[in-house]
Design a protein around this ligand. Structure first.
Ligand code: IPM
Ligand code: MG
Length: 351
């Protein structure tokens, strides 16, 4: 049966990097069928909302979704529920992709591109597993109470059910088993009830199902510090939605450029995954052909591996990116001068 890859280019540099990933996909997986849809600002402009039911239905009936980026200055004054970012959150929630995998891998050729010294990032290979569809991002009630002067307030709810914690922890355990077998779970159990419950739940699940996995715990703030002090100590980091968001940005910079980092968001077995570069829409360089396509091409690589059942093809893409970098191919974010399509040419030449 033909597999379908839904492309959602989105905004800013999104369309530029998605076009390059599509070129690579057409070479390594010529039998794939492509569909294209709108998300974020592009969807607001066309349909008045950042994610339409039609796009969500297309996403859920595809085999994998590859998304570029959402957001931009044009839509900052749009009502909150209609902001481009909401389209992304609704897509994650609608597809129920609760486990977000964010690898922070330092390609040997880029060891000197990091702001950290070579000795700290050489051999860096971390996988952050971030819970993606719950926690403070989605907890109710939330809101802003205005009009009561000094007592006006804004608030949200940080809530995690046992089931939500367990299902993402299981993914972290599975991922770790395919790596070094070490999971470091992060939260703020010293100040947050939801953090204490997170730690208890992860610990209990580990006792029941954690064979082959070494579990440790760290407060999220300490983890942020350790990520820049001695990052190679980590194998797999498990985090809730908000802390995972922050820790993954910190980890991204260890690898040289956020333009290198892919992500995979997975749901229940047999449901399509959502793949996106970790970088944003980068409005400052949009339309100039300067964006680094690697994060999106590596997101395609993750889609081939985790949703499309083609690990050998994924390996080929991964090593082609590594070889292109070894041969000196660099976009501006990595200190080079290649354009987006020239960088892809360099990767394609290695395939
Ligand atoms: C990310 C981004 C998103 C998030 C934004 C764009 C909603 O920062 O994917 O890390 O906070 O999850
Ligand atoms: Mg983020």
């Amino acid at each position: 049966m033909t597999q379908t890859l839904l492309l959602l280019p989105g905004d800013g540099i999104g369309p530029e990097v998605i076009a390059e990933a599509r070129r690579v996909a057409e070479i390594v997986a010529p039998d794939l069928a492509f569909q294209t849809g709108l998300v974020g600002g592009a969807s607001i402009d066309a349909n008045g909302e950042p994610l339409t039911v039609e796009t969500l239905v297309m996403a859920k009936s595809s085999d994998a979704v590859l998304l570029g980026a959402v957001g931009g200055a044009k839509w900052v004054d749009v009502e909150r529920n209609l902001r481009p970012e909401m389209g992304l959150l609704q897509l994650r929630k609608g597809m129920d992709v609760f486990a977000n995998l964010r690898p922070a891998f330092c390609f040997p050729a880029l060891v000197d591109a990091s702001t950290l010294k070579r000795e700290h990032v050489e051999g860096l290979d971390i996988m952050i597993v971030r819970e993606l569809t719950s926690g403070v991002y989605f907890g109710e009630p939330r809101g802003i109470e205005r009009g009561i002067g000094e007592k006006s307030f804004g608030f949200e709810t940080s809530r995690y059910t046992a089931g939500e914690i367990e299902r993402v922890t299981r993914v972290a355990f599975d991922i770790a088993r395919g790596r070094q077998g070490r999971v470091c779970s992060t939260e703020k159990s010293n100040v947050m009830e939801s953090g204490l419950f997170w730690r208890e739940t992860v610990t209990a699940l580990h006792a029941e199902e954690g064979i082959g996995v070494e579990l440790s715990h760290m407060y999220a703030d300490a983890c942020a510090m350790e990520l820049v002090r001695a990052p190679t100590q980590f194998d797999t980091i498990l985090a809730g939605n908000l802390f995972g968001d922050i820790l993954s940005d910190a980890a991204a910079m260890l690898t040289g450029s956020i333009g290198m980092l892919p992500s995979a968001s997975l749901g229940k077995e047999g449901t399509p995954g959502l793949y996106e570069p970790v970088h944003g829409s980068a409005p400052d360089i949009a339309g100039q052909g300067r964006a680094n396509p690697c994060a999106t091409i590596l997101s395609l690589e993750m889609a081939l591996r985790w949703s499309l059942g083609r690990p050998e093809v994924a390996d080929r893409v991964f090593s082609a990116v590594g070889k292109a970098l070894e041969n000196g191919a660099r976009t501006a974010d990595l200190g080079g001068s290649l354009s987006t399509s020239q960088m892809t040419d360099a990767i394609v030449a290695e395939l």
